[in-house]
Unconditional design. Structure first.
Length: 497
């Protein structure tokens, strides 16, 4: 008796998806809804139910319906353990397992539709199970609370969806590395303060993006390590008086271990915070990359040509070709930052056990995961089809004195202290500006010698953009050979991710 098959699960896209129903099963699906309608797991204590508006206000099915197959998987393992431990009859455990398997298949095929009147996915699944098995269905909740049940479902969902997100992130890095390898020697200006700073290469710039995304990849992996504990059996907060085998259920569900403390098990949402933070940081990276792209795509820069498939026009200006997809990714980064703040704010004032506020933990994280996944797909496609204006990039290295640091390094190699070399070159830049010259290579050697007698004719070879970039051979530098080493290192990391 194991977890239900996970194929055909509800969409992870964050929308209120409905399972499709074929014609011949439509009436039966409606019947299942009627049987389950109004099922409330907590109704025993209260003589009155909230009115329809209040009930809908506190219902969570529109959000947690994507946990359906995770809820079934957890219930199947829990029922098997109850039977093995003699808490419920073994035959009842077997029938519960078999029926939960049928419920999963019915959801997959559309034979069973979600009951929009159900309070949450847990009530819906248990209600269908009870409708089909009667009292045997009611046995499934022994030793379990919705508090540990929802914590379990949430973790199970993340354990299977976050690796999918990581795969998309890794593929995005590979696309950028392919471009970086292609353009490892293509010279372009590097910028600080959005001012031309030093010559680099396009490959070096793209590797910088990859380095950030590789850290994002490791952040998601790191969060999954701490997530890998099973809260099932923690009950409402105090554990259970029944002889549950928490190690058995943890192992059967693919967790490394049970959680340590039952109260922490139902109160903890650190795993959601970590993943929300990882999503926000990833989106901040993508936003900054897209800011580069938007700038590069402008007529003033003209460094990149985005495919028409990843651009839009204007409703009034016929000539326009706008980088709207890059701008949308940049804009969507705000959603994930807001989702992280919302989750932090949600948790900050809660006493340390389960509180109904925690029902609000999923929607923001689901939205962040969906947003990152969608943006990675768009960004990947956009960059895969992009072309670069290499002549324009190289030409942009002329002017702006990008070679000034290399001129100072030239003097340092000849024994001049760096601060004196810096001062000498700064004065040469002032001389060039006064003379209307746009680069040090235009300055006559005799004029340069006035600032330092150490300058010789060979300085001009050291000041070309390619020479400046090629000289940066230190680890992490912009030299083409070093960029290719960085690419190899990043590819190796991806094979281990």
């Amino acid at each position: 008796m194991g977890p239900a098959k996970k194929g055909g699960r509800p969409s992870a896209g964050g929308k209120k998806t409905s399972v499709r129903r074929n014609g011949e099963s439509r009436s039966k699906a409606a019947g299942e809804r009627e049987k389950n309608s109004g099922a409330v797991l907590w109704a025993g204590r209260t003589a009155e139910k909230p009115d329809a508006g209040a009930f809908a206000f506190q219902a969570s099915l529109p959000v947690d319906r994507r946990l359906a197959f995770d809820d079934i998987a957890g219930s199947r393992v829990h029922a098997a353990m109850l039977g093995k431990q003699g808490i419920i009859p073994a035959k009842a455990a077997a029938r519960i397992d078999a029926e939960l398997g049928r419920i999963a298949r019915d959801l997959e095929t559309g034979k069973l539709a979600f009951d929009e009147g159900a309070e949450d996915i847990h009530s819906f699944i248990e209600g269908i199970l009870t409708a089909r098995l009667g009292d045997e269905g009611r046995m499934v909740h022994a030793g379990r609370s919705r508090n540990d049940q929802v914590a379990l479902d949430f973790r199970l969902y993340l354990k299977r969806t976050v690796p999918e997100l990581r795969a998309g992130l890794a593929e995005t890095i590979r696309v950028l590395l392919d471009q970086a390898e292609k353009y490892a020697s293509a010279v372009m200006p590097g910028y600080t303060h959005l001012q031309r700073a030093q010559p680099v290469t396009l490959g070096h710039h793209l590797c910088a993006w990859c380095a950030g995304l590789e850290r994002d990849l490791s952040r998601f992996a790191d969060a999954l390590v701490r997530l890998d504990e099973c809260p099932l059996g923690s009950g409402a907060l105090a554990g259970s008086g029944l002889p549950l085998d928490r190690a058995e259920t943890a192992g059967a569900l693919g967790f490394a271990r049970p959680t340590l403390n039952s109260m922490d098990s139902v109160a903890d949402r650190d795993f959601a915070l970590e993943l929300s933070s990882a999503c926000a940081i990833t989106m901040i990276h993508l936003s900054r990359f897209c800011e580069d792209i938007v700038i590069w795509a402008s007529e003033e820069f003209n460094f990149i040509e985005l495919s028409e498939a990843w651009s839009t026009g204007s409703s009034i200006m016929p000539q326009k070709k706008n980088p709207d997809f890059a701008e949308l990714i940049r804009g969507k980064a705000g959603r994930t930052a807001g989702n992280l703040v919302a989750l932090l704010t949600l948790l900050k004032g809660l006493p340390y056990a389960y509180d109904k506020d925690l029902q609000e933990d999923k929607e923001s994280l689901f939205d962040s995961l969906d947003t990152v996944g969608a943006c990675l797909r768009i960004f990947r496609g956009m960059m895969q089809s992009a072309s670069f204006n290499l002549k324009r990039m190289k030409a942009a290295c002329a002017g702006g004195f990008l070679e000034a640091t290399d001129a100072a390094d030239y003097l340092v190699r000849k024994g001049l202290p760096f601060r004196k070399a810096h001062e000498a070159v700064a004065l040469i830049v002032r001389d060039c500006v006064a003379a209307g010259r746009r680069s040090l290579s235009q300055q006559p050697l005799a004029e340069m010698k006035k600032r330092s007698p150490l300058f010789e004719e060979d300085v001009y070879r050291a000041l070309s953009p390619s020479a400046c970039a090629g000289a940066r051979t230190t680890p992490g530098g912009a030299a083409p050979k070093e960029v290719r080493r960085q690419i190899r290192t990043l590819r190796k990391k991806l094979t281990k991710a």
